[in-house]
Design a binder for this molecule. Sequence first.
Ligand SMILES: Cc1cc2nc3c(=O)[nH]c(=O)nc-3n(C[C@H](O)[C@H](O)[C@H](O)COP(=O)(O)OP(=O)(O)OC[C@H]3O[C@@H](n4cnc5c(N)ncnc54)[C@H](O)[C@@H]3O)c2cc1C
Length: 358
Amino acid sequence: MSLTAAAERSGACRGNAEPPPVGARREFAKMHPLRLTVESPPRRTDADAMTTNADEIHRLRWQKFPVLDDGFVTLVDAMGDDQGVVQAARVSYGEGTRAVSTDRGLIRYLMRHRHTTPFEMVEIKLLVRVPMDTWRQWIRHRSANVNEYSTRYSLAIDATQRTPPEAWRSQAATNRQGSGEPLPRELGEKLTAAEAEFQSAARKLYEQRIELGVAREQARKDLPLSTYTEAYWKIDLHNLLHFLALRMDSHAQWEIRSYATTIGEQIVRPLFPLVWEAFVDYRLQGTFLTRLDCQVIRRLQEVLAQSGRTRATLGDFLTVQDPSWVDIVRCRERDECQAKLVRLGLLPDVAVEPSEGD
Ligand SMILES: Cc1cc2nc3c(=O)[nH]c(=O)nc-3n(C[C@H](O)[C@H](O)[C@H](O)COP(=O)(O)OP(=O)(O)OC[C@H]3O[C@@H](n4cnc5c(N)ncnc54)[C@H](O)[C@@H]3O)c2cc1C
């Protein structure tokens, strides 16, 4: 039985947990050194005062957000909201937070200055269904707690990720780790047919082994990486945002990017609207400038001021590039700097080759 089926059978799909009664909170507050914060959360008088996300959790729980052809992500539970981040920060800063007047302002300050622990006070738990090759990338994020469907104990899930004819991608010409243009549909049709044949043969072999009495833990060894697995994945908000920043990025593989984008847009955004807004502003759509980048920009401005022009050219950029880049024919750091300057509107938008991942 898959994890989804098990969860459905156990009746896990119930409403969000009720908060503890006021009396219990008071008892706790008496015993606890942080009682002032527990008993009297900071008063919110600002325009962007927050409400609890209990309704949103209730709306989202066990909703399946489809990803790829047969995968999904679903929210199992969440602990905390925007207010949970603010509350943790106000505990750690105490009086210091008076300087930051609004909850929104405080969240944005924390995000900008990478004061990360308040975000760790909030957690979410997902149930995900992911092909093994994508899961292999996903599981590299060590900061989550994982409980995965066991193919030693149970039969492997009978579902494989299939690629439609129009979705086969060529190898990127400049980035050894990425994809390039889509392959012609005619070729895609052949690839899709061959894939179906292979996946079906692999499953048949697996089932034959099971019928012949081979242990499940051994019978599975030739199942393809396209086989779906399921897992509970619990992570705090700080590490989830780190995961999203890496895996929603254009350098991440399209498949895991699809999962990360679904988690971000469909679950994190509605549950933590102020955190999400700050994350988009400062991480997802922000640009990090290195010391070298800043110097290039400064020199570029000087060149423009001296020449009386308003628009820099690629030639100007190459003139003011960092001296350590000059002799390197294919310099990733120069490419990345150029891409940032294009993004900032300081250089014309000529094609910049993507750099390789790690
Ligand atoms: C585009 C891209 C390409 C990649 N290519 C490759 C590749 O070719 N080969 C490959 O092997 N991997 C590759 N990876 C995986 C990558 O190197 C990381 O393993 C993965 O992204 C997890 O990141 P993380 O360690 O920051 O996250 P997490 O494991 O979630 O950790 C979060 C943070 O916690 C801290 N942390 C966690 N555990 C430890 C620890 N044990 N010690 C110290 N600090 C810790 C670190 O600060 C870390 O950044 C790639 C990732 C991306 C996004």
